[in-house]
Ligand binder design. Structure first.
Ligand SMILES: [Zn+2]
Length: 687
């Protein structure tokens, strides 16, 4: 695994970002870039609701009523509006870059990638030819050794099959990057889908089998053969799922901490032939590595022996088909969308092709596209003003730690040491990535896709056995998101999020602190959430807490886990699903601390100067409304159901109401009274 980074939002929200799909070439051409998203939107407010009774409904009620989910999305919200707007900006950049003639090397690379993606006739003409070399190699497999060799080849092309091989900073010395192997190889988004016996899970497996069968048929297999193959795929993947570790358990880095010598890892699972696998991986040499989930390898090792080779070959063919579905002709794209987009996410229509080609270019060459994006939209001024706010929030956290009543001086010193060591990355990386070795041609979309994937796999593995590159970003600059990395101890804000509705030059401090200020506070607090707090100032897994403080901290976080476990994520004809308070604990802790820090920073900024209400709202009220409104969301039942299983973030409604219920500042700002729903009797406060 790569150690989980803590983000503001789920990274893969739209299914298209991972399972990228093609579309109907005749459908909508983009209109000009939409106007800026309002940061503080009076028209979104539902004044028929008492803010002390249901603040989310108050801040977002009219927005929800007036902004149904677009047909080409599984969910919709304020920051999805910004993501959508960014798509239009990127589209303009790519249309420009795509025109042959006077182009920079970067424009040429991304422009040709985009052009090849948009060239439907060329993609249709090639048909399934891009798959043939891979399918031929799989067909030629005669022994288990051949099989493992092919798994290695597929990994080098970025196909998720059987297990994962990656790099990560050493959890005990984050200055060094080491190799890591982990569970992997599933088609559905979580092992639970394979293991649970409720009606919905059973149905999902049935739908998966139907989907796999259709895809095999499209690839040329006879229906009865394809039907048998689909059942085999489900069986093989169920075996992998049984060996996999639960998502919530995996949040604890200590559970994933198993350093071994290469020999020990190889002996753990002899059939994997790991020694040869590593030698052929293209990674620099290493003698020890982390095995995140040793049990997975032990169990799958037995399955490698027990399951006939032909069944493993069927599984490899499937993983190939699934990985390439989106770069193949229309029937594959449509079938892929029907399952992942429509059935799993509740999305009614596939996104227009141009949008998916923008996503695809960002996924393949995102740091090149990001370079053009930053030139056009961000610049040094954006970096400067964000840094000012980050400094203000960090100062608030400093103040906050010093005044904590429940923490001893000794632990406070360590916490401050960690806070002072946090590195702030804003907008875009210092150095742009060099993609010159990636061959991109205008007429070979599948080939471009494969070469870009292989480039990225190699770039990542090449970090092994080297000093950790702390300058490398985990998100591309146009991304509307932010993250904290516990093993790097850094906070990262891509340029994409540093604009309205998160930050606006036109807005008062109250609104900017409620929106981007809270985002900054959220990321900072991740360094001190239930898992982030296990890492020290240097990003090492190292307990800096006194036993007593640790106990007090755990009591505080368990208050949040209990609070959120009672919230309902989705309630539809198939029943109600509650939030998993333990899965979402890190994010809820970050929200709980983030709002407090942003509010403190705002109070510091205002000082003793009285500020008149604007639009009838005091600065304190504007702060909370701005916060509430960045989470205005409409979501399909299917998507809500899926996110309740896989997403460590709570849904928008609970990110707002779950937070303000614990905030004394909110209570005061709106004059709420004890006993009202937005005033929690025993408020949870962590930081
Ligand atoms: Zn987060």
């Amino acid at each position: 695994m790569r150690l989980q980074t803590s983000m503001l939002l789920p990274f893969v929200l739209f299914w298209t970002l991972s399972g990228f799909a093609q579309t109907n070439p005749t459908s909508s051409q983009p209109t000009p870039v939409p106007k800026e998203i309002p940061s503080f939107d009076l028209t979104a407010i539902d004044k028929t609701v008492d803010p002390c009774v249901d603040f989310y409904q108050y801040a977002c009620g009219n927005w929800m009523k007036n902004n149904p989910i677009p047909a080409d999305k599984p969910m919709w919200g304020r920051f999805y509006e910004l993501r959508e707007r960014n798509l239009y900006v990127l589209h303009d950049i790519l249309e420009e870059a795509e025109k042959p003639g006077q182009r920079s090397a970067v424009q040429q690379k991304v422009g040709d990638y985009y052009a090849a993606c948009m060239d439907v006739p060329a993609i249709d003409k090639r048909g399934t030819a891009p798959l043939k070399p891979m399918m031929d190699k799989i067909a030629a497999i005669k022994t288990k050794q051949d099989f493992m060799q092919e798994v290695g080849a597929m990994h080098r092309d970025g196909v998720d099959v059987l297990f994962s091989f990656d790099q990560m900073p050493d959890m005990h010395d984050s200055r060094q990057t080491i190799a890591d192997i982990d569970q992997g190889g599933l088609t559905l988004p979580d092992r639970d889908y394979y293991l649970k016996d409720d009606a919905k899970s059973v149905e999902t497996r049935q739908k998966l089998v139907e989907h796999v069968q259709k895809m095999f048929e499209l690839a040329g297999d006879k229906p009865e053969v394809a039907a048998a193959e689909a059942k085999t795929v489900l069986q093989v993947e169920t075996g992998l799922a049984k060996a996999a570790m639960d998502r919530t358990v995996r949040r604890d880095p200590k559970v994933l901490d198993h350093m071994m010598t290469e020999e020990q890892a190889a002996a753990l699972a002899p059939s994997f032939e790991l020694t040869r696998y590593f030698a052929e991986s293209g990674a620099p040499k290493f003698t020890s590595l982390n095995v995140s989930n040793p049990d997975f390898f032990k169990q799958v090792d037995q399955q490698l022996d027990a399951v006939p080779l032909d069944e493993w070959k069927t599984y490899l063919r499937w993983r190939t088909l699934d990985s390439y579905a989106t770069v193949l002709p229309q029937p594959f794209v449509d079938e892929n969308f029907q399952f992942f987009g429509n059935y799993m996410s509740g999305q009614k229509e596939i996104e227009p092709r141009w949008k998916r080609c923008v996503h695809s270019t960002d996924g393949a060459l995102g740091m090149a596209l990001g370079e053009l994006y930053v030139d056009k939209t961000f610049g040094p001024a954006g970096k400067e003003r964000t840094l000012k706010m980050v400094n203000a929030i960090e100062a608030a956290m400093h103040e906050d730690i010093n005044q904590l009543g429940w923490m001893s001086e000794a632990t406070k010193q360590k916490a401050l040491e960690k806070l002072n060591a946090i590195v702030n990355n804003i907008g875009y990386p210092d150095k742009w990535r060099d993609y010159s070795s990636v061959v991109v041609t205008r007429d070979d979309y599948a080939g471009n896709f494969t070469r870009a994937n292989a480039f990225e796999v190699h770039r990542q593995l090449n970090k092994i056995s080297k000093p950790t590159d702390k300058k490398d970003w985990g998100m591309t600059p146009p991304t509307v998101n932010a993250y904290y990395r516990p093993d790097m101890n850094d906070i990262n804000f891509p340029a994409g999020i540093l604009q309205p509705p998160f930050y606006s030059n036109q807005m008062d401090d109250a609104v900017n602190y409620g929106a981007i200020g809270m985002v900054i506070g959220h990321e900072l607090t991740h360094g001190f959430d239930d898992q982030g707090s296990k890492f020290d100032a240097n990003g090492n897994l190292n307990n800096w807490w006194t036993p007593q403080d640790e106990k007090a901290f755990e009591q505080r976080t368990s208050c949040l886990a209990d609070e959120y476990s009672n919230f309902v994520a989705v309630k539809d004809s198939e029943g109600a699903v509650k939030l998993n308070g333990k899965l979402t604990l890190g994010e809820n802790t970050a929200d709980n601390g983030g709002i407090k820090l942003a509010y403190m920073a705002l109070m510091n900024a205002i000082g003793n100067t009285p500020i008149k209400p604007i639009d009838g709202y005091t600065p304190e009220q504007r702060f909370f409304i701005a916060y509430g409104q960045i989470w205005c969301t409409n979501v399909s039942d299917q998507q809500a159901r899926k996110l309740a299983i896989i997403d460590p973030h709570s849904p928008g409604r609970w990110r707002v109401n779950g937070v303000v219920q614990n905030s004394a500042a909110f209570e005061k700002a709106f004059g709420c009274k004890p006993g009202q729903p937005m005033v929690r009797e025993n408020a949870c406060r962590v930081w």
